[in-house]
Ligand binder design. Sequence first.
Ligand SMILES: C[S@@+](CC[C@H](N)C(=O)[O-])C[C@H]1O[C@@H](n2cnc3c(N)ncnc32)[C@H](O)[C@@H]1O
Length: 250
Amino acid sequence: MRPEPVSPPPQESWPMFERISSRYDAVNRILSLGMDRSWRHRLAGKVTGLTSGRVLDVATGTGDILREIARHGAAPFKLYGLDRAESMLRLAREKFSCLSSRHVLFLKADAMHLPFPSDIFDAVTMGFGIRNMPDPSEVLREIVRVLQPGGRVFILEFSLPANKWIRLAALLYLRGVVPVVGGFFSGNIKAYRYLTRSVEHFPCGDDFCQWLRQSGFSDIRTEPILWGMSSIYSAQKPGTIQQDPACPAV
Ligand SMILES: C[S@@+](CC[C@H](N)C(=O)[O-])C[C@H]1O[C@@H](n2cnc3c(N)ncnc32)[C@H](O)[C@@H]1O
């Protein structure tokens, strides 16, 4: 039942997210039985343990990763969330309405052409986003470019468990439950069939680490979550980070 590796979506996926944005968070909670929050929380803990500077969340969607980082950190973060779907960004801005734009900024842009100068972010995060990019390699190269030397990327993504019985159970859930339940609650069964297909075909574990290496990252680490149903990958842009205590806006 092991799928063929590496098949990114041939087309842009963001218009689909425009259509399901109003139910996106609720369906995430239902399909993950509430666990998706703790996964983002875990990723946020890694970021805040490492840096207090500028953080960019690529494909931020409704901003849940940045919200976890903001909850974790008393540090003087400057947070940037980027996505192409305006309706997802609108929900993200609502969640952060109590924070000033000096602390958090959401912008509509393409992950394959990040609208930032090189070497400015201390950390870049991406949750369930890389799988949805037409050209994930280009996105990884862009992330390397905008990170400071020594800065780290943290990527949370679905993966398939290595144990064959757990993988079988995961595939049964993905194929049997996700399209039906996701389709019912979102009103868009196509979106959740796409979710199943994309998870099955996206490289995970060592295959994805190899991709990170080829994009220019070093010190690559993987942390499987829930027997490998999801994974947090982290990797460093070679070099030494320059701390910027004032952290001015870019
Ligand atoms: C599965 S959602 C993930 C949202 C969020 N990071 C989370 O943790 O729930 C994928 C997001 O990628 C965005 N997206 C897809 N293609 C994009 C692109 N080319 N540039 C920027 N964002 C994109 C979609 O609009 C969507 O919000």
